[in-house]
Write a protein that binds this ligand. Sequence first.
Ligand code: ZN
Length: 354
Amino acid sequence: MEGKTHYERIIGGTQEEKEIASRELQAAFEERSKKLTEYEVEKTPEDLEIIKKTESIVDKMVLQYGGVTKALPPEHIYVLKPGGVLAMTEGRLAGGIYKPLGLEIGVEKGKSKLLFASTIAHELFHLKSYKSARVGKSGEDIRLYRSGVSMIDRKDQNEESGEEKEYFAMLEEAIVAECTKKFLDEIGEDREFSEEVQAVKKFRNWVVAYYHRRGIPEEKTKEFERELKYIADPQDKVEQVFAFSDDEEKRQAYAAGMFGVLYERGGVETVERYGERKKLYQLLDKLVINSDGKFKSRDEVFDEFARANFSGNYLPLARTIEGILGKGAFRKLAEEFSKEPKKEKHKTSETANP
Ligand SMILES: [Zn+2]
């Protein structure tokens, strides 16, 4: 497709309708969103720096997974007031939002630089997943057809946008969340974020040590370690624990107690999309086990999923899956990972903090 929009293809409709649709997409790309603008705050030099770092890591990963990175004007990333997403979606979403047709994201900015970067990355991974559109009732009625591995059902032309079934929607979400997890490992090495990251780690290790002492099952402790992303004001919390006692065991118990209170008060962030990722992990493990040694680890198979998501090419993934799980398995998974249409109408599609 011509123009600056990231959409690679438009399907359906006549040639003329396709041309109208193409212009519509281009216009959507160039227009600023009124809704996002309403909650937007001016970007500080620090915000711009974080956005730049974040996007460059995201782009590097997208390229590694066979995607194409295209220029995204900085105005497409809206920094929003805290609570902005919640207000604009009437309580449905929080943290971040992504508008697929215009290719815009909105990210709330709170106190944490790490969470800010993490939400930007999550929404950017959605935005930079392979994109194609389709003609609906007319050229003006342009709809999302594919975003990464997800594909929107187009059996019934009369269904309104947002009412169709979305195949592999949960899989796209899981891939995006998993990529964000990898992104966090990388950005944690950056000096700008390391203070926050180290404080979270320090605090987490106290809690883990306490769990070990109390005989909490290893599996549960490991999961806690893997899934904890952030605690509010981590540096301050670590100082409080240090001030509480000189005794390591007492510090551990104190941190664990503090964690419980924090959790109840919403001061804990876990890695997003646990349900979707868990479903993906189970599938990856199944593929590894049944691959006759072709795949050695979850990550190796994940690579193929991410490639399908960012390049848009389903075929190699479908072949791998059907080669291991048998004919028809790919179609079955599309269904298992689908999302049924929502009852309420909406045009946005995202949350970073479910
Ligand atoms: Zn998401």
